[in-house]
Design a protein around this ligand. Structure first.
Ligand SMILES: [Zn+2]
Length: 253
């Protein structure tokens, strides 16, 4: 996918019986999952999602990274507006790599995306915090939830994932299937990680998308990344012959 395997040895450290979640390192990851977790197809799928997510961080985050994320000054916070790329695109790619490795069916892929869209549309906070703002506020808001969190914030993991899907579909359509979001990741890898040995700025991420797609993304980023406009995936899903139905009345049924 990226064209280069950046480690000699990669270690999955797994602990059963602790809360679910993972932490990425350059050449390893630590994964925790609750006891009795592997007793259904659904939880196995969730665990593979976690494995895929943390593993993809060996590329996206540990090497392809926002410019503020390393080298670190550990004495202070490191603010960045690009966690929606670092985490959100990793959520998108944990589905992609499971799909390509044969661990997720096309239907399973769409079903996960559908659930994520559903979560987005239902949580009102998505109109109060842009993906860049959510990224920047991570230090003070993400892990300090309170009674208004649901109404005033929205996770950069979830918004970044949906933006990743929209960009991927748009790049595929704009290039007649010649290019995908993979090409953006490869460009970031080659230019910033390999050639310049540094992270990318928000403007550089946007221009990487523009170079690959051969089109301007200023309005897209103004609306959906820097702004608080509600994501509208319908025209992008249309490129893939998919129709978004926003009739949510069945929820109360
Ligand atoms: Zn992550």
């Amino acid at each position: 996918m990226i064209g280069e395997i950046p480690y000699d040895r990669y270690v999955f450290m797994m602990a059963q019986g602790v809360d679910g979640g993972g932490l990425e390192h350059s050449n390893s990851t630590f994964l925790g999952f609750p006891g009795g977790y592997l007793d259904s197809e659904n939880t196995i799928r969730q665990l593979l999602g976690l494995v895929g997510h943390e593993f993809f961080h060996a590329w996206n985050v540990k090497r392809i990274r926002p410019i503020e994320l390393g080298p670190f000054d550990y004495s202070r916070e490191n603010y960045t507006r690009s966690l929606w790329v670092a985490e959100g695109l990793t959520v998108y790619y944990d589905k992609q790599i499971r799909r390509r490795a044969g661990y997720l069916s096309p239907e399973g892929f769409l079903s996960e995306l559908n659930g994520e869209l559903f979560q987005y549309l239902f949580q009102p906070g998505h109109l109060r915090q842009s993906p860049e703002e959510a990224s920047f506020d991570a230090w003070i808001k993400s892990y300090h939830t309170h009674e208004e969190t649901y109404n005033t914030t929205f996770s950069y993991y979830a918004s970044g994932n949906l933006i990743g899907a929209m960009l991927d579909l748009d790049i595929i359509a704009a290039t007649d299937g010649e290019k995908t979001l993979d090409d953006v990741m490869r460009l970031l890898w080659t230019e910033y990680y390999r050639r310049q040995d540094r992270g990318f700025t928000p403007a550089e991420f946007q221009s990487a998308c523009e170079m690959v797609a051969g089109r301007d993304y200023d309005a897209f980023f103004d609306r959906y990344v820097r702004g608080r406009t509600e994501l509208d995936p319908a025209p992008f899903l249309d490129h893939a012959g998919l129709r978004l139905m926003r009739d949510l009345t069945w929820v109360s049924a």
